[in-house]
Design a binder for this molecule. Sequence first.
Ligand code: CO8
Length: 260
Amino acid sequence: MAMTTFQYLKLERDGFVATVFLNRPKQLNALNLGMMNELVATLEELDHDDTIRAIVLTGDARAFAAGADIMEMADADSTEMLRRDQFAKWDRIRRIKKPLIAAVSGFALGGGCELMMHCDMVIASETAQFGQPEIKIGVMPGAGGTQRLTRAIGKVRAMEMVLTGKFISARQAEAWGLVNRVVPVECFLSEAQKLACEISEMSPIAVKLAKEAVNKNYESFLLDGLEFERKNFYLLFNTEDQKEGMKAFIEKRKAEFRGK
Ligand code: CO8
């Protein structure tokens, strides 16, 4: 087993399986620009590495990831968000050809829940909580939340989650088909690694083409929706409500929205 440490990630290699750990524990693994750059580069490198056949993506027991980094976005306007277009690179995760398994414990919120939904399978701990709480900070999901969540759990459930920002439990997520299964917190990672190991014993060529074929079904009509969602997300950065919502989060108080 070999471990490599980056600024915001750790990477473990064990046989054919690589495990990538999101590693900003004090910020509940909030996805800042630096972490996303490292993540995309690492996943692409593993995708091209013939010694690796399956990838597990995880955080720690307290959080998979509590969303995109709110501090980084709070002051940006729409033009700035469009100029940065930092979320476009999330598409490169969608294009990873090897199986990607999320091992989720604790918070998987906002961009964290969206990152999880970029993965092909999800093993959750009993303590996992899922949500798209962007509405509470005056914005909306921007990296597939409105699209992938709707496909996974259906319109009325996705609508309630996206419009209220309420979290759902691991058991609820399992019942609604958002995760493959729920296991005790002590074994969420080992269970995901076991699944990765099982898949890595299959023909890697067959696995790659089978994943591609499932995604052909899953992704039909998805891409237009993703683009539409991202534009609406950027648009909201010209509202006073976005400034108030994110400022309120930073100041640890309830936001007061005025529809401006
Ligand atoms: N960004 C930045 N910092 C964060 C984030 C975040 N998303 N989440 C938590 N933190 C920080 C907190 O500020 C806090 O820092 P400090 O200790 O310095 O005050 C630390 O992590 C611990 O958090 P809390 O003290 O709040 O811990 P609690 O246990 O009280 O609460 C919660 C945990 C409920 C998870 C709470 O932290 C929370 O509500 N976090 C924000 C969740 C959220 O709104 N996520 C959505 C963010 S927006 C987003 O993801 C948009 C995605 C767009 C994707 C791309 C579009 C194109």
